[in-house]
Design a protein around this ligand. Structure first.
Ligand code: NI
Length: 174
Protein backbone atom coordinates (compact mmCIF):
# COMPACT_ATOMS: atom_id res chain seq x y z
CA UNK A 1 0.00 0.00 0.00
CA UNK A 2 1.26 3.44 -0.91
CA UNK A 3 2.33 5.80 1.85
CA UNK A 4 0.71 8.80 0.16
CA UNK A 5 -2.58 9.81 -1.44
CA UNK A 6 -3.22 11.21 -4.89
CA UNK A 7 -4.09 14.90 -4.66
CA UNK A 8 -7.39 15.89 -6.28
CA UNK A 9 -7.05 18.75 -8.80
CA UNK A 10 -9.82 21.17 -9.81
CA UNK A 11 -12.43 20.78 -11.08
CA UNK A 12 -13.75 17.92 -8.94
CA UNK A 13 -17.04 17.70 -7.02
CA UNK A 14 -15.26 16.45 -3.86
CA UNK A 15 -13.58 19.87 -3.55
CA UNK A 16 -17.03 21.48 -3.38
CA UNK A 17 -18.45 19.19 -0.71
CA UNK A 18 -18.72 19.68 3.04
CA UNK A 19 -16.68 17.22 5.10
CA UNK A 20 -18.31 15.58 8.11
CA UNK A 21 -16.98 15.61 11.70
CA UNK A 22 -15.10 12.55 12.96
CA UNK A 23 -16.69 10.89 15.98
CA UNK A 24 -13.24 10.36 17.51
CA UNK A 25 -9.59 10.29 16.58
CA UNK A 26 -9.07 6.54 16.35
CA UNK A 27 -6.22 4.57 14.77
CA UNK A 28 -7.75 4.96 11.30
CA UNK A 29 -7.90 8.75 11.61
CA UNK A 30 -4.31 8.85 12.95
CA UNK A 31 -3.19 6.76 9.99
CA UNK A 32 -5.02 9.16 7.67
CA UNK A 33 -3.28 12.16 9.32
CA UNK A 34 0.14 10.53 8.89
CA UNK A 35 -0.54 9.66 5.27
CA UNK A 36 -1.85 13.18 4.59
CA UNK A 37 1.35 14.64 6.11
CA UNK A 38 3.47 12.38 3.89
CA UNK A 39 1.41 13.47 0.86
CA UNK A 40 1.82 17.14 1.79
CA UNK A 41 5.59 16.87 2.34
CA UNK A 42 5.99 15.04 -0.94
CA UNK A 43 4.02 17.66 -2.93
CA UNK A 44 5.51 19.82 -1.27
CA UNK A 45 2.97 22.03 0.48
CA UNK A 46 2.27 23.63 3.88
CA UNK A 47 -1.31 22.44 4.35
CA UNK A 48 -3.68 19.72 3.18
CA UNK A 49 -7.35 19.03 3.90
CA UNK A 50 -9.21 15.70 3.62
CA UNK A 51 -11.30 16.77 0.58
CA UNK A 52 -8.05 17.16 -1.37
CA UNK A 53 -7.33 13.45 -0.98
CA UNK A 54 -10.90 12.43 -1.78
CA UNK A 55 -11.95 11.93 1.85
CA UNK A 56 -14.87 13.76 3.40
CA UNK A 57 -14.10 13.85 7.12
CA UNK A 58 -13.03 17.00 8.93
CA UNK A 59 -9.29 16.37 9.08
CA UNK A 60 -6.45 18.67 8.06
CA UNK A 61 -2.68 18.79 8.42
CA UNK A 62 -0.18 21.66 8.25
CA UNK A 63 3.54 22.23 8.64
CA UNK A 64 5.10 25.64 8.06
CA UNK A 65 8.69 24.63 8.85
CA UNK A 66 11.09 25.46 6.02
CA UNK A 67 12.57 22.04 5.44
CA UNK A 68 14.63 23.33 2.51
CA UNK A 69 16.38 25.64 4.98
CA UNK A 70 17.04 22.84 7.43
CA UNK A 71 14.24 23.58 9.92
CA UNK A 72 12.94 20.59 11.87
CA UNK A 73 9.39 19.50 10.99
CA UNK A 74 6.54 20.99 13.05
CA UNK A 75 3.48 18.99 11.96
CA UNK A 76 0.05 20.07 13.16
CA UNK A 77 -2.83 17.60 12.80
CA UNK A 78 -6.41 18.67 13.39
CA UNK A 79 -9.74 16.88 13.49
CA UNK A 80 -13.02 18.82 13.71
CA UNK A 81 -11.29 22.25 13.66
CA UNK A 82 -13.53 25.17 14.55
CA UNK A 83 -12.74 28.88 14.49
CA UNK A 84 -13.83 30.16 17.91
CA UNK A 85 -12.47 33.71 17.54
CA UNK A 86 -11.26 35.92 14.73
CA UNK A 87 -9.76 39.40 14.78
CA UNK A 88 -11.53 42.35 13.18
CA UNK A 89 -8.20 43.30 11.71
CA UNK A 90 -7.70 41.82 8.27
CA UNK A 91 -4.61 40.53 6.50
CA UNK A 92 -3.84 40.12 2.81
CA UNK A 93 -1.43 37.39 1.74
CA UNK A 94 -0.69 35.53 -1.44
CA UNK A 95 -2.14 32.01 -1.32
CA UNK A 96 -1.80 28.93 -3.46
CA UNK A 97 -3.31 25.46 -3.28
CA UNK A 98 -2.10 21.95 -4.14
CA UNK A 99 -5.48 21.37 -5.83
CA UNK A 100 -4.97 24.45 -8.06
CA UNK A 101 -1.33 23.95 -9.05
CA UNK A 102 0.93 26.88 -9.91
CA UNK A 103 -1.77 29.54 -9.37
CA UNK A 104 -1.39 32.26 -6.73
CA UNK A 105 -3.48 35.25 -5.67
CA UNK A 106 -3.86 37.70 -2.80
CA UNK A 107 -6.60 36.70 -0.34
CA UNK A 108 -7.98 38.85 2.48
CA UNK A 109 -8.87 37.11 5.75
CA UNK A 110 -9.05 37.91 9.47
CA UNK A 111 -5.46 38.56 10.55
CA UNK A 112 -5.65 36.35 13.66
CA UNK A 113 -7.84 33.40 14.61
CA UNK A 114 -8.22 31.01 17.50
CA UNK A 115 -9.07 27.45 16.49
CA UNK A 116 -10.40 24.65 18.68
CA UNK A 117 -9.73 21.08 17.47
CA UNK A 118 -8.92 17.50 18.39
CA UNK A 119 -5.20 16.76 18.08
CA UNK A 120 -3.59 13.54 16.86
CA UNK A 121 -3.98 12.06 20.35
CA UNK A 122 -7.70 12.87 20.28
CA UNK A 123 -7.33 15.57 22.95
CA UNK A 124 -9.11 18.92 22.78
CA UNK A 125 -6.55 21.56 21.83
CA UNK A 126 -6.41 25.21 20.74
CA UNK A 127 -4.24 27.14 18.32
CA UNK A 128 -3.92 30.89 18.15
CA UNK A 129 -2.50 31.85 14.79
CA UNK A 130 -1.38 34.96 12.96
CA UNK A 131 0.50 35.61 9.74
CA UNK A 132 1.01 32.70 7.37
CA UNK A 133 -0.27 30.11 9.87
CA UNK A 134 -3.53 32.07 10.24
CA UNK A 135 -4.04 32.17 6.47
CA UNK A 136 -3.11 28.50 6.20
CA UNK A 137 -5.50 27.20 8.87
CA UNK A 138 -8.38 29.32 7.50
CA UNK A 139 -7.62 28.11 3.95
CA UNK A 140 -7.65 24.45 5.11
CA UNK A 141 -10.86 24.83 7.13
CA UNK A 142 -12.42 26.42 4.01
CA UNK A 143 -11.56 23.21 2.12
CA UNK A 144 -13.56 21.19 4.68
CA UNK A 145 -16.51 23.46 3.86
CA UNK A 146 -16.07 23.05 0.09
CA UNK A 147 -14.53 26.51 -0.36
CA UNK A 148 -11.39 27.24 -2.41
CA UNK A 149 -9.23 30.37 -2.28
CA UNK A 150 -10.22 31.19 -5.87
CA UNK A 151 -13.82 31.53 -4.63
CA UNK A 152 -12.73 34.86 -3.07
CA UNK A 153 -11.59 36.21 -6.44
CA UNK A 154 -13.61 37.78 -9.25
CA UNK A 155 -15.14 35.20 -11.59
CA UNK A 156 -12.92 36.58 -14.35
CA UNK A 157 -9.75 35.88 -12.39
CA UNK A 158 -11.06 32.56 -11.05
CA UNK A 159 -11.99 31.26 -14.50
CA UNK A 160 -8.65 32.36 -15.89
CA UNK A 161 -6.84 30.33 -13.22
CA UNK A 162 -9.06 27.28 -13.69
CA UNK A 163 -8.43 27.38 -17.44
CA UNK A 164 -4.69 27.56 -16.83
CA UNK A 165 -4.90 24.45 -14.64
CA UNK A 166 -6.77 22.63 -17.43
CA UNK A 167 -3.96 23.50 -19.80
CA UNK A 168 -1.38 22.28 -17.27
CA UNK A 169 -3.31 19.05 -16.83
CA UNK A 170 -3.13 18.37 -20.56
CA UNK A 171 0.54 19.32 -20.83
CA UNK A 172 1.87 17.58 -17.73
CA UNK A 173 -0.65 14.78 -17.29
CA UNK A 174 -1.10 15.90 -13.67
NI1 NI B 1 -5.73 24.43 -0.64
Amino acid sequence: MSNSYDIIIVPDPVLKQTAQPVSKVDAAVQKQMDKMLATMYEAPGIGLAANQVNLLNRVLVMDLARKDEGEAPTPICMANPEIIWESEELSVMQEGCLSIPQQYADVERPARVRVKYLNREGKQDELEADGLLSHCVQHEIDHLNGVLFVDYLSSLKRNMMLRKVQKLKKQMVL
